[in-house]
Design a protein around this ligand. Structure first.
Ligand code: GUN
Length: 286
């Protein structure tokens, strides 16, 4: 069994980004990411802090907008429209979930697709599905980059993805389908989860249920990607896979923490630099 070490890979991506961002700044453009957080959900606050710190480490400027839980939808929309108009901002990230009184789809569509470094705008989601160059959401992109760095191809493989969210499961299915895999996307209504996981060469899971994937649910030699992050009552961080038993049967497996999580942040930074590069190209044309 080989551990898919996202922590080390993310650190080496960040190291490369430090140089790239530095050289890019010399050309006169300072890559800048706006991060919007509504409310004080502890997990969302922690993610936003991690993203802001990661920007600092590689020299990307971050502007964090922390708004109260009861911000009106119109007010939030106006803030996003202003960030979108600001020519010094390359990327806009709206931390999800948003409070129930806000129409998430409407807010996500207020970000222009060129600044949509999270890849949540339907324009980018559609292009991703069609296999056209697009911003891909950071977590699925991180998974693909992690597999690539270990020379693991999904071409011709059976992949079971558990979790059908717009943030992870659906875009991961698009990326893997475009890479030549046969995909089953499983979700809360899936009747016989084991049927799908047992037949899969690659199992990807991200639903927030500790211990969901047990050794008897996977085939010998499977590749297991754990996208779940759960904090147990004793404070331990675990994924959705029973690592202890599953790691004995898998050929490759991601640890939690230290697997997909750090790759998500690295991919966000890469997307932000890409947005800044696109801005430079646009400036040169005009
Ligand atoms: N909430 C959970 N995951 C994510 C993510 O990758 N990006 C944003 N913006 N919000 C999230």
């Amino acid at each position: 069994m080989t551990l898919l070490d996202g922590k080390t890979l993310a650190a080496s991506i960040e190291k490369e980004l430090i140089d790239e961002v530095h050289h890019f700044k010399v050309s006169g453009i300072i890559p800048t990411l706006a991060v919007v957080l509504v409310g004080e959900d502890p997990a969302s606050c922690a993610y936003v802090n991690m993203k802001v710190k990661a920007c600092d480490r590689v020299g990307i400027v971050s502007i964090a907008k922390r708004l109260s839980e009861d911000v009106a939808e119109d007010e939030l929309l106006k803030i996003i429209q202003d960030l979108d108009k600001d020519e010094n901002i390359d990327g806009i990230l709206i931390q999800l979930p948003l409070p129930g009184h806000i129409d998430t789809k409407k807010i996500l569509e207020a970000v222009s697709y060129q600044k949509d470094v999270d890849g949540f705008h339907p324009f980018n989601a559609g292009r991703l599905l069609a296999g056209i160059q697009a911003f891909a959401p950071a977590t699925p992109l991180g998974v693909m980059n992690l597999l690539k760095s270990y020379d693991i191809s999904v071409r011709g493989k059976n992949v079971a993805i558990i979790g059908a969210s717009n943030i992870v499961g659906k875009p991961l299915a698009s990326l893997m389908l475009n890479a030549g895999a046969t995909i089953s996307v499983c979700h809360i209504l899936t009747q016989d989860l084991t049927f799908f996981t047992k037949n899969a060469d690659v199992v990807c899971v991200g639903v927030g249920k500790p211990g969901l994937i047990q050794a008897d649910m996977i085939k010998e030699g499977a590749i297991v990607i754990d996208i779940g992050i759960n904090r147990l009552e004793n404070g331990t961080l675990v994924g959705d896979v029973d690592f202890e038993s599953v790691s004995k049967k898998a050929t490759f497996i991601t640890p939690v923490p230290g697997g997909v999580g750090p790759m998500t942040i690295a991919s966000l930074l890469q997307n932000t630099l890409l947005a800044a590069k696109n801005r430079k190209l646009k400036d040169q044309k005009s």
